[in-house]
Design a protein. Structure first.
Length: 276
């Protein structure tokens, strides 16, 4: 299958292109810069020069492909919807959302749980509704870890190394629904066979408390388990609006993707990985 991928040079994108190539797919990848083009070429994909605002480029690439996986982060909901609309219409279209749209889950939830997103990601609801109505497939990843581990590293590990203790928000008993980036990449490949209008949670099924994650990161950073609590107001001052998302209490099951797509996460001990 020929697959067009946006965001291929990024954190999720690199893993996804590698997974697509392992499964024998031919990949074209959007590349806005020379650096991005070189990166996707090294991954074994053919670069397509342009950005998410170049709608004619997106449409032409999508029409050449049998499927599209949209991983790139747009600047706004309007931009994301415009890009999605430009790429839908021929083969399978797989769109990236996120579990934060559900807000607090009050226990273990699935794809059909009510949504109560923090302001940071509230715009996703309208975009995803339009994508699904047009027959697209939506993947809602949990909080990613593994390899570069970007969000957790930027907002928790790096500040913690600088201060000598890894922070967590509140009492740290809220759960994080985690997924390893390589497992998520395999889910995107599996989703190429999904039925139109499907939604899948990209979660590993292991949802440790944020304080447990902070403690494990502290050991991995050589800080001997030292952690520190931030109030939500302190976290907002340090991190901005994303603090409200990190403070969510979320637990999810990957059962639907396992049953319908045969996807089984292989990384089931995130705390051990953080500890390393």
């Amino acid at each position: 299958m020929k697959v067009f991928v946006t965001g291929a040079s990024g954190y999720i994108g690199g893993a996804t292109v590698a997974a697509l190539r392992r499964h024998g797919h031919v990949v074209e990848a959007l590349a806005r810069t020379d650096v991005s083009a070189a990166t996707v070429t090294e991954l074994g994909a053919t670069p397509v020069r342009g950005g998410l605002a170049d709608l004619d480029v997106l449409t032409a690439a999508a029409q050449r492909a049998d499927a599209v996986i949209h991983l790139a982060q747009a600047d706004s909901g309007e931009a994301d919807l415009a890009a999605a609309t430009a790429m839908q219409g021929k083969g399978t279209y797989v769109h990236t959302g996120g579990t934060w749209v559900y807000g607090d889950t009050n226990g273990i939830a699935d794809e059909d749980a009510p949504r109560n997103p923090p302001a940071l990601v509230a715009w996703r609801e309208e975009v995803e509704a339009e994508v699904l109505a047009a027959g697209g497939v939506v993947i809602r990843p949990g909080l990613l870890y593994g390899k570069e581990n970007r969000l957790i590293d930027i907002f928790f590990a790096q500040p913690g190394k600088a201060s000598g203790a890894i922070p967590y928000i509140g009492d740290g008993t809220n759960h994080w629904s985690l997924v390893h980036v390589d497992d998520l990449a395999d889910l995107y490949v599996a989703a190429l066979e999904a039925k139109p209008g499907s939604v899948y949670l990209g979660v590993g099924g292991v949802d440790p408390a944020a304080r447990e994650v902070a403690t494990a990161i502290s050991h991995g950073a050589g800080l001997e388990g030292r952690t520190t609590a931030l109030s939500l107001d302190e976290a907002r001052a340090q991190m901005g609006p994303i603090a409200d998302a990190f403070a969510l209490d979320q637990q999810f099951t990957p059962a639907r993707a396992r049953t319908e797509l045969g996807w089984t996460p292989q990384h089931t001990d995130p705390l051990a990985e953080f500890g390393r």
